[in-house]
Ligand binder design. Structure first.
Ligand code: ATP
Ligand code: MG
Length: 399
């Protein structure tokens, strides 16, 4: 849109309550860092500045408006994005003229209520804030008689900030909310090629947690394409979370060994316990404070309360399951919003679908499971070590 060319900066609104004192500083610095990182994808040159408790993105020269907004909408911690018109101070009459053309451009439909809210960051401006409010309000009413002032609940809150130059804005484009990645430690995501786990990773990252990931593949039972699909999903999640260290574990031998030694109906549970153990190994090695999965109560046999308890029993780190109380459709809705859905539904096999039993236990008894696992005693430790040793690690980020 041509009219977007008039915006030369964006004011970033962030508003997580309870960030005070030193924490506020950390929050803002992390936010600035993530904004800079995300804007590398947008065409243009940007200066991100922190001044007087505000964060501005200044656009230097030509830039792509849509790409810029899209990039900012992926930065956790941003609550709102306000496109700003920056004016030189050439006297009040010129300001009024520019404000009128701003209103004309941004609001083609004039049947609206408004209120002017002026702030003087520069105190030597000849008019006081209240005076600016009244005088600009009057000029706008003169120019657009259909508009009305409403000081309590205006549809348009026109902000006029007098700094060395004058900043005018009124629109707020919603941001994703949450907290800047890096302000709340790190966790290890068990990432499969499904719909749920990318959503789970997104949700935890949204709370400011940096994420790494682990994927278990089982060649030749799972294809290279299945692996590529997981890498592609990690790439999409990394648009929000920043670079992801993805561990790719070859799980074939362990799966075959469990398949050979243990009752088939217990296969999934036992396999999941080993996945958790190996994931926890990498989590601890890289200072992660928890594990993340995409499980939701009752979705499949391995996600009943009993099964989840049996899986958790092998972990010493907390296991975070952000979609635990969500219906499938609710998870799908988020995956569509974050753009992982189309990739998640590609048909390549993931390792769980190959080894599933016809009638898996839905209420595993931990004692029985542990007894079955004893049958693995001879070789399993060695196999786990081998799987860890041969794990491939890659950094996944957007090109
Ligand atoms: P998803 O849609 O996330 O694949 P799902 O409904 O298919 O979930 P399961 O296959 O039982 O459920 O997996 C439950 C969770 O276990 C996943 O959300 C994921 O966190 C983890 N998981 C499953 N398979 C793998 C795998 N091959 N590699 C890494 N993690 C996995
Ligand atoms: Mg799955």
């Amino acid at each position: 849109m041509e009219e977007n060319k008039m915006f030369k900066a964006f004011l970033i609104k962030y508003g997580e309550i309870g960030i005070k004192g030193k924490n506020r500083h950390l929050f803002e610095d992390a936010l600035v860092k993530q904004i800079r990182h995300s804007l590398r994808r947008a065409e243009g040159t940007f200066e991100v500045t922190k001044e007087q408790g505000r964060i501005y993105v200044n656009c230097v020269g030509e830039y792509d408006y849509d790409e810029t907004v899209e990039s900012l909408q992926r930065v956790f911690g941003i609550v709102g994005i306000c496109p700003v018109v920056i004016l030189e101070d050439e006297g009040f009459d010129k300001l009024a003229e520019d404000v009128i053309s701003y209103m004309n451009m941004v609001y083609p439909d004039k049947n609206k209520t408004f209120k002017v809210h002026a702030r003087r960051a520069r105190k030597n401006y000849p008019k006081q804030s209240m005076e600016i409010n009244c005088d600009l309000g009057e000029k706008i009413l003169d120019a657009f008689p259909e508009m009305k002032v409403d000081v309590h609940k205006p549809e348009i809150l026109l902000q006029v900030e007098i700094r060395s130059r004058i900043y005018v804005y009124s629109e707020i484009i919603p941001g994703p909310g949450g907290m800047p990645v890096g302000t709340n430690g790190k966790a290890m995501l068990l990432l499969s090629g499904g719909i749920d786990s990318p959503v789970a990773g997104y949700m935890i990252a949204k709370r400011g947690v940096k994420i790494d990931a682990v994927y278990f593949h089982a060649p030749p039972y799972t294809s290279e394409r299945a692996k590529q699909k997981v890498i592609d999903l990690a790439k999409i999640v990394s648009r929000y979370s920043g670079p992801i260290y993805l561990h790719i574990v070859n799980f074939t031998d362990i799966q075959l060994y469990i398949h050979e030694k243990c009752p088939h109906e217990e296969l999934t549970i036992i396999m999941r316990r080993y996945m958790m153990k190996i994931a926890e190994h990498f989590a601890k090695e890289t200072d992660c404070l928890g594990l993340i999965t995409g499980e939701s109560i009752g979705q499949v046999a391995s996600q009943t309360m009993q099964s989840l308890a049996a899986t958790d029993e092998v972990c010493t780190l907390p296991v975070y399951r952000p979609v635990i109380g969500f219906d499938k459709q609710e998870i799908v809705d988020i995956s569509e919003k974050i753009d992982t859905y189309e990739t998640s539904i590609l048909p390549y096999e993931d390792c769980c679908t190959i080894f599933v039993a016809k009638h898996p236990v839905t209420k595993p008894n931990l004692n029985i499971i542990k007894r079955s696992e004893l049958k693995l005693a001879e070789k399993i430790d060695e196999m786990v070590e081998e799987a860890i040793r041969t794990t491939e690690m890659m950094v996944v980020k957007e090109d």
